[in-house]
Design a protein around this ligand. Structure first.
Ligand code: ATP
Length: 302
């Protein structure tokens, strides 16, 4: 196999709680992750020129070791002494620095792609263990689907799929630093009522109750990001007024997603958000729960 083409799917957080800040500075989280049908496209090719080359359509993204696709390729190339040069072409569609795990998903796709291309025999778990060295969200991006993430995000449990619905995604034209949001949270001083009820959301997923799920959606990081960027509150309001069952900021923001039970309402809301000019990027999509890529999982390495 000389080349492989891959989709790297984005996620939203249906729920995001921060339980505490650990002594070492990491935050313990309890999040419900949901893969959505919005993706970057990658092509990985073997080339004569030695080393790793990254090419992308976004001029402002790094193409050196600061890009997660580079880091992922280097990790496996070093460990398995891959002799060829590797060229990765990355076509970004997932909004950048948006709370949608775009970079993490690209990194996960490269781990998966090189495992296939070179027959490295790594199991899904083997890829997830390597992925956490690249970032806390990378193991989830290897797993995908609907999942509970605990620890720093690396302890994962697959949950029942999100019920069928439509998701409206809107990113205002601002960037948010994930690190700064966590630093400004003061996680250990949060009052009990500030924590979203993630267990109630799991219960709603088990009951396949979209209304109940939407009613319990919550993201503790809104406490930090919304006061700094009130446009997020305005987008949420716009979606709710247009008929969303629920609307929430994803990750550390600033992207907002709205949940709609049918396409007619979702399309109406799409137009309302567009007309409002509150968001720079607006997409209408669906949860992505079919994960055929992993069906032939091998298990040579644990
Ligand atoms: P998360 O949801 O995990 O917080 P995010 O979606 O908010 O992630 P990314 O889009 O992954 O954030 O990008 C954050 C920063 O990482 C960018 O500013 C960019 O410079 C850097 N970066 C490195 N590799 C990539 C990549 N492949 N795609 C996008 N950004 C990347």
């Amino acid at each position: 196999m000389d080349k492989i083409q891959l989709k790297a799917l984005a996620k939203v957080n249906l729920g995001l709680d921060v339980l505490r800040r650990r002594e070492d500075g990491y935050h313990e989280v309890k999040m419900i992750m949901q893969t959505i049908n919005l993706y970057d496209e990658l092509e990985i090719r073997k080339v004569k020129q030695p080393g790793i080359q990254v090419k992308t359509n976004l001029y402002y993204l790094p193409t050196n070791e600061n890009n997660l696709v580079y880091k992922a390729a280097k990790l496996l190339a070093d460990e398995f002494q891959i002799p060829d040069g590797i060229c990765i072409h990355l076509q970004k569609k997932i909004p950048v620095a948006a709370g949608m795990a775009g970079g993490s998903s690209d990194g996960a796709a490269v781990l998966w792609g090189l495992n296939q291309m070179y027959g490295l025999g790594l199991s899904r778990r083997g890829l997830m263990e390597r992925g956490v060295r690249l970032g806390a969200d990378v193991p989830y991006c290897v797993l995908r689907g609907t999942a509970l993430a605990e620890g720093i995000g690396e302890k994962l449990r697959t949950l029942p799929s999100m019920p069928k619905c439509y998701l409206l995604i809107a990113k205002p034209g601002i960037s948010v630093s994930t690190r700064a949001v966590y630093e400004n949270l003061h996680a250990n001083d949060l009052k009990p009522e500030q924590h979203p009820d993630v267990d109630a959301m799991i219960d709603a997923l088990e009951k396949k109750d979209l209304g109940l799920l939407s009613a319990h959606m919550g993201n503790v990081l809104e406490e930090v990001t919304i006061p700094a960027h009130p446009v997020i509150r305005e987008i949420k309001k716009c979606m709710m007024e247009a008929g969303a069952l629920g609307a929430l900021m994803s990750g550390s923001g600033p992207t907002v997603f709205g949940v709609f039970e049918n396409q007619t309402k979702a399309r109406k809301a799409f137009r309302a958000v567009k007309v409002s000019r509150l968001a720079k990027q607006v997409y209408l999509t669906v949860p992505y729960n079919v994960i055929p890529l992993w069906d032939q999982d091998t298990d040579r390495e644990g």
